[in-house]
Ligand binder design. Structure first.
Ligand code: ZN
Length: 261
């Protein structure tokens, strides 16, 4: 998603050429090609797939939509299994037509329904808490504490948490909850970018690492102390950067990662 204008092939070619060893694949790049073709593209490059993004969006006031979401999440698990992605990241969802408590109950129920399918396909489900500014319609899970509560309630190696600094950096309990997440074996993924001030768009104005106010190195120390040894994924949604030359931008991404993460 960081280089959204690129196709899967362009991402793979350019990431590999830049010496980036991992890629998380968003489902938008799979829309116009057959899954077998996507698998071949990935295999032709020296990249391991970190995750498939994204599943989730379980809650709805309509039962038919909740059922559709389960089917869509199963397709995401199929895609992840084919691409060799060890997990599907869940943006859990929320429906403004009902309470957050009810949305969270439906998220729990959705994951419960998916879990056997995920396990059967060898794909983990990573609950990603989103900043509370998205609680209205994107995620009723807003803090790492809530995500930990949910993951721990499943008590399954197939359910864990994705910690994204953009969503969590403000939380006074962050260090404590990262520790808890790691100790429980639930810390599956770490996403990095930066929080710009002022932020001009709540979705599409994430900053390059070092451009904002997130203490990236401090948070990295916390996740490593919690036992996380997986890739630190750069995940920047930015209509500004997507409008620029993606080759130049990718160089800046790599440089920002090396300097600030
Ligand atoms: Zn993320």
């Amino acid at each position: 998603m960081t280089t959204k204008p690129w196709s899967l092939r362009e991402c793979c070619e350019n990431f590999a050429a830049a010496g980036i060893p991992h890629i998380t694949i968003w489902r938008n790049v799979l829309e116009d090609i057959a899954l077998e073709e996507a698998v071949k593209i990935v295999r032709d490059h020296p990249l391991s797939v970190t995750a498939l993004c994204r599943g989730g969006f379980f809650p709805s006031v309509e039962a038919s939509k909740r059922a559709e979401a389960i089917e869509d999440n199963k397709r995401a698990i199929d895609q992840a299994a084919a691409l060799g992605a060890p997990m599907v990241v869940l943006v859990c969802g929320a429906d403004p037509g009902q309470s957050l408590t009810e949305s969270r109950r439906q998220i729990q129920d959705g994951i419960t329904q998916l879990l056997p399918y995920a396990k059967e396909h060898g794909v983990k489900l990573a609950i990603e808490p989103l900043h509370p500014m998205y609680a209205g319609d994107r995620s009723a899970v807003s803090t790492l504490g809530q995500a930990n509560d949910m993951a721990e309630a499943f008590d399954s190696e197939w359910v864990g948490v994705a910690a994204d600094v953009y969503h969590l950096w403000w939380d006074p309990d962050l260090e404590k909850e990262i520790k808890r997440c790691g100790a429980g074996g639930n810390l599956l993924a770490v996403h990095v970018c930066d929080w710009k001030t002022p932020t001009s768009d709540l979705l599409l104005d994430r900053g390059l690492m070092g451009e904002g106010c997130i203490p990236l190195k401090e948070i990295r120390r916390w996740v490593e102390a919690a036992g996380f040894d997986g890739p630190h994924e750069v995940e920047i949604f930015s209509s500004t950067y997507w409008a620029e030359d993606q080759q130049d931008y990718l160089k800046r991404v790599v440089q920002a990662y090396r300097e600030h993460c």
